[in-house]
Design a protein around this ligand. Structure first.
Ligand code: GLA
Length: 760
């Protein structure tokens, strides 16, 4: 609900309030963002009060005591005496960088932003779920005091999940063009400075590890310049107060619905305030906005919870599941796949693939995914990207014929593509060398022996749409893995002439157009985004493709950190997670097949292993895993996820059903401790007055020195929800260097237990 009274806008969601005012008829002052407070007719207590002014600070032309440098604002402009980080660098028609945008008017309406479709970018949309329908938009218009240039601050409030989406629109009504060098989607000033900043950082096979830093004076930047949202710094960040734990305390979260170069900055000002902004990265960005044209920024996402980091993650998870992913995939269970990449890499024949598919089917797997190497002459990664013609010799016939053989086994079929790329050794490159991104006269930098296609050009986008579409029409493909395996360098397009500063953003606009056309034409195909694993794990991709290959790292001990880091901003339904072979291909580590499964089942489960080579015991274990996953699939993909413990040696997670009648807990121990202390598991989010049965999942373990596989100990309890949540269960003793009895809990290194919790 948004109320406008006495120049104050008070917007509230279910648990939060966002209060701003029009100050002196000109400036938009941020008064409060946080836990919900009541509406009143008098907000004076929240106004910034100016008394004597501040020493050598600059004051506004109309008020000799008002210095914009020490006011919480909603957006700020250069040349106004606000010397903090400014969200806008705009060269006006007179070539001057100063601009004064002051309040002009506002509109409030039901529903999401009316111009969402015109932005040519992904956006937060209405949910299919009626309960999530309460959505309202506020559009505040600011006008420059000299030129007919307007700046809209647009806010959409998603009531049920406590999320606010913001964007900025610039309208140039001048005859002349203006030049945008920086435009953030949102800026938020908060009146206190005591915060910790959490970022999610990494590299290939080491994505989204959480880093926390205490903020002191200065500016902190979290960004990407690789052309994609990147595995280096995810666009999702959090700010927490010192009191914030997983389940209690103040926590703010920010994200961007965008897949390219992003920028988030947090500044602690010398007046003890904090300024947060996020948007397109100004790195090599310059956009010429012609007369009578408009520019939309991507949408920024803001959320707050007083229920700690889990509370914040729940807001984000509901938001992504309800308002970001394609409507027809909302709440829809995803199939268990077998992917041949780590099983065969490029070295396969049609018969080998059918063998894998047949075995997979017998164990309960639902879809076979054919990864890289099925087209043109692609037998290693040195050639052929761009030539999307089926290698019929390799797969033993037409694609349609091959898919029919797979389907006849009673299993669905999915296919890998990397449509945004081109290899120099390819027919496409021979015909269109200029379609590759490189600077004329300079030698191009290569990544994985490939170049990026120039998606700023319409004819290139059309080629990609045609190539992918014709393959998808030629056979009953029910899933597509959309890969993108290199960063952008040599940013240049022959089509952009003197506007090369628009390259990075136009690349992403081209990508969005391609994905829109293809996903709309094949609404029933499940698209999974991938970029060397999780190099493009962002809300922009999730808008078109409801799940993402979380990381090329399938080692359970690394995955536990990667999936946990990802879970702060993204739901389990977005995270594809596969069981692979040991020694693991990324770390050469040996981890039991049960632990590999227990980590992978917290997400969209798959297998990426030559399943025909498993031992009989492993096959039985896998069949049982799959039937367990099917039983709890809805929980693992759409349940409420909570991080119960995130210690160096112990990670504990829980997923709970919406009605709180069912839950599953994972206990992960990194290394065995000699003569270890006792373990207690405490659940969250259950019904205190109900009785639950808590049961350990039976799993295969290697028992004792002889390496003989046996079954794990069995534990079962009947407990009230309040006991389970507040007192917990003392688990049976772990192996402590003496006897190994039937009921000894043998966890070992990288050991796991899973507990099923069901209301009686
Ligand atoms: C990337 C992906 C992998 C696999 C290979 C194929 O690395 O992340 O999952 O598809 O490409 O070349």
């Amino acid at each position: 609900m948004i109320i406008f009274q006495n120049n104050v806008f008070h917007a509230s969601t279910k648990n939060t309030s966002y209060i701003i005012r029009v100050r002196d008829g000109q400036y938009i002052e941020q008064l409060y963002y946080g836990k919900k407070i009541r509406h009143t007719s008098d907000y004076e207590a929240l106004y910034e009060k100016n008394g004597t002014g501040y020493g050598n600070s600059i004051v506004t032309p109309t008020d000799s005591r008002l210095t914009l440098d020490n006011i919480c604002l909603e957006y700020s402009f250069s040349g106004t005496g606000d010397y903090r980080h400014i969200p806008l660098t705009l060269q006006m028609p007179d070539s001057c960088f100063s601009n004064q945008f002051v309040y002009d008017s506002y509109r409030i309406y039901q529903g999401t932003y009316e111009e969402n479709d015109k932005t040519n970018m992904p956006f937060a949309k209405k949910s299919q779920d009626k309960e999530q329908e309460d959505v309202e938009t506020l559009d505040i218009v600011l006008k420059d005091t000299v030129y007919p240039v307007y700046l809209h601050l647009i806010y959409t409030f998603f009531y049920e999940c406590d999320v606010i989406v913001r964007l900025v629109k610039i309208e140039n009504h001048c005859e002349d063009s203006i030049r945008i060098e920086k435009v953030m989607s949102m800026m938020l000033d908060l009146p206190e400075q005591e915060y910790y900043l959490h970022t999610f950082d990494g590299l290939w096979i080491r994505e989204r590890h959480k880093n926390r830093k205490k903020l002191v004076s200065g500016i902190y930047v979290n960004d990407s310049t690789t052309g994609s949202s990147s595995n280096r710094h995810n666009p999702f960040i959090m700010l927490t107060k010192a009191n914030c734990t997983q389940d209690t305390g103040d926590c703010f979260g920010f994200n961007l619905i965008y897949s390219g170069n992003h920028y988030e900055a947090v500044e602690v000002s010398e007046y003890g305030k904090i300024r947060i902004m996020s948007g397109l990265n100004p790195h090599q960005f310059a956009w010429t906005l012609d007369g009578n044209d408009v520019f939309y920024t991507p949408q920024a996402v803001l959320t707050y919870s007083d229920k700690g980091q889990n509370g914040l993650s729940h807001n984000m998870h509901v938001f992504v599941n309800q308002h970001i992913i394609p409507s027809n995939w909302q709440g829809k269970e995803r199939p268990i796949v077998i992917n041949n990449w780590e099983a065969t890499y490029f070295d396969f024949t049609g018969d080998k693939l059918l063998e894998i598919a047949e075995e997979a089917k017998s164990l309960g797997i639902e879809m076979f995914v054919l990864d890289d190497g099925w087209f043109s002459n692609r037998n290693d990664d040195t050639s052929s990207l761009g030539d999307w013609t089926v290698n019929e010799k390799k797969i033993g016939g037409t694609l349609d014929g091959f898919v029919k053989k797979i389907n006849n086994l009673g299993i669905k079929f999915g296919l890998w593509f990397e449509p945004e790329m081109i290899c120099e050794i390819s027919e496409l490159y021979r015909q269109h060398p200029d379609w590759a991104v490189k600077v004329p006269g300079r030698e191009a930098y290569l990544g994985r022996n490939q170049l990026v296609l120039d998606l700023t050009r319409q004819e290139v986008c059309e080629y990609i749409v045609d190539a992918v579409t014709s393959i998808l029409k030629s056979a009953p493909v029910e899933y597509v893995k959309w890969d993108m395996n290199r960063h952008i360098t040599d940013a240049y397009s022959a089509g952009l002439l003197k506007r090369q500063g628009e390259f990075y953003h136009r690349y992403i606009l081209g990508l969005y157009q391609i994905m829109k056309e293809i996903t709309e034409e094949f609404p029933d195909v499940l698209f999974e985004s991938c970029s060397s694993g999780g190099n493009r794990f962002d809300l922009g991709m999730l808008f078109y493709m409801p799940q993402i290959w979380t990381s090329d790292n399938t080692d359970a001990n690394q995955r536990i950190d990667i999936q946990e880091g990802t879970s702060f901003g993204y739901p389990l339904s977005a995270m594809a997670a596969h069981v692979s072979a040991v020694p693991n291909h990324q770390t050469l580590r040996n981890i039991s097949i049960e632990t590999r499964f227990h980590v992978a089942c917290f997400g969209v489960l798959g297998y990426e292993i030559d399943i025909t080579k498993l031992t009989e015991m492993e096959k039985i274990a896998v069949a049982q895993q799959i039937s367990f996953y099917k039983q709890y699939r809805r929980l693992f993909q759409f349940g409420t996820f909570s991080r119960l413990k995130s210690e160096q040696n112990l990670v504990v997670w829980q997923v709970t059903s919406g009605d709180q009648k069912e839950a599953v807990i994972l206990v992960y121990q990194r290394l065995a401790v000699s003569n270890p202390p006792g373990d207690i598991i405490k659940a969250v989010n259950l019904l205190p007055d109900e009785i639950y049965t808590v049961k350990s999942r039976k799993q295969y373990i290697i028992k004792g020195k002889e390496e003989v596989a046996g079954m794990s100990e069995e534990e079962e309890y009947q407990v009230f929800g309040d006991m389970l949540m507040h007192a917990g269960i003392k688990l049976v003793q772990q192996f402590s260097g003496t006897e190994l009895l039937e009921q000894t809990r043998l966890m070992g290194d990288f050991g796991t237990r899973v507990y099923e919790i069901k209301k009686k």
